[in-house]
Design a protein around this ligand. Structure first.
Ligand SMILES: [Cu+2]
Length: 384
């Protein structure tokens, strides 16, 4: 309500000012001020110099922005291919900045140089082939180079050697959460279909598929350092995008198809938390939080928790109302920690059995081949 009143008052003030200037104009009738709508030399000079004013403004603001917010961009990449992505990005920035610096100076300088002058007529010429060739060929060569380098980097990053020993993980996106399914010891994900979603089998895993026998589902992603992680993405409902900024990885999750991305983490969570730049960043965030907490406590509210850095999997497609909160924690372990974490994971089949309180599961599924076949039989019963 208050803001509406403020807006009304501002509008009325503007109308009053406009009327005042009209009255002021009327009182000038008969004096020799120039009321002509045609620009004079003086007007043109003012506009010409304002061009330089605007030019300085964009440069000063760019430099100011670089110094003030330049430290907020992503720092050290945490994946093996990350440096290639950063390199491509930096080359693109340098090119954009150079071209922008040159063209903006020329644009504003010529606007000043050829500003209107009394009795001066503009020269008309239809075309200049040499000039057009220069400004077409140079950008074409530069852009072709940039695109070729980009394509080369992209194919290198996206290449997955089928024979390579990888950790296969499915990232399942839905409004508004992520779930991860590990392929287990056989390194092959069992088939899944949205029509098979039922009860605890929230990803619609085909329980009768032999490859699904050792698949297990988690809501916190653990990956080992130094090993290639092969992600296969699916979506249940709308377009989502799996975004892991510190690993320089992003891939759309499209309903009805499986998309892929693979990368090798090169810092464990603990190692990344200990990087000097990250220590400083976390200290800064916590200083801001501590300050805010004093304010909150004074108002009788609870203080903020201190922040610790963690890798996150975020959704980078606006997929609905709670899109902003669609995230999953990623923990990069040392290979030993990872092996320890892998132990005693409950498989999807075990979960389903437990939920159905059918025959109790004896021993780990998928380790012993006879037991696997039993489970397949039970799973088939479950499906009916
Ligand atoms: Cu989403």
């Amino acid at each position: 309500m208050t803001s509406l009143l403020v807006i009304i008052v501002l509008v009325l003030l503007a109308v009053a000012l406009w009327q005042l200037t009209k009255i002021f104009d009327l009182t000038q009738v008969g004096s020799n001020t120039d009321n002509s709508q045609v620009a004079t030399d003086n007007d043109n000079n003012v506009q010409g110099y304002l061009m330089f004013g605007f030019l300085s403004f964009i440069y000063i603001f760019t430099i100011y922005g670089l110094f003030t917010w330049g430290n907020l961009v992503l720092h050290t990449p945490a994946s093996a291919h990350g440096a290639t992505v950063d390199n491509l990005m930096n080359i693109t920035w340098i090119l954009i900045f150079t071209v922008q610096a040159i063209t903006q100076v020329l644009l504003h300088y010529f606007a000043f140089k050829y500003r209107g002058k009394k009795d001066q007529k503009a020269l008309y010429f239809a075309d200049n082939n040499k000039l057009e060739a220069i400004w077409s060929v140079i950008p074409a060569i530069v852009l072709a180079g940039l695109i070729l380098y980009g394509l080369y980097a992209w194919t290198n990053i996206m290449f997955i050697d089928e024979d390579e020993d990888t950790v296969v993980i499915e990232l399942y996106a839905q409004q508004f959460k992520w779930t991860a399914r590990y392929a287990g010891a056989d390194k092959v994900l069992g088939k899944a279909n949205v029509r098979l979603i039922e009860g605890v089998n929230s990803l619609g895993v085909d329980l009768s598929d032999p490859n699904a026998q050792d698949d297990f589902v988690v809501t916190e992603l653990h990956i080992p350092k130094g090993k290639k992680i092969h992600f296969k993405m699916r979506s249940q409902d709308v377009l989502h995008s799996a975004y892991m900024p510190y690993f320089r990885a992003q891939m759309n999750c499209v309903p009805g198809m499986v998309t892929e991305f693979a990368f090798t983490p090169i810092y464990t969570t603990a190692e990344y938390q200990a990087l000097p730049y990250m220590v400083e960043k976390v200290a800064n965030i916590n200083a801001i939080r501590a300050k805010k907490s004093i304010e909150l406590v004074a108002n009788g509210e609870t203080a903020l928790d201190p922040y610790t850095f963690d890798y996150l999997l975020l959704c980078n497609k606006i997929c609905g109302a709670s899109h902003y909160n669609m995230q999953m924690k990623i923990i990069v372990d040392t290979p030993e920690e990872y092996a320890k974490w892998l132990k005693d994971k409950t498989t999807v089949i075990q979960e389903v059995k437990k939920a159905n309180t059918l025959a109790p599961v004896d021993g780990a599924v998928g380790v012993d081949s006879t037991k696997t076949m039993d489970t397949v039989a039970v799973a088939k019963v479950d499906m009916k």
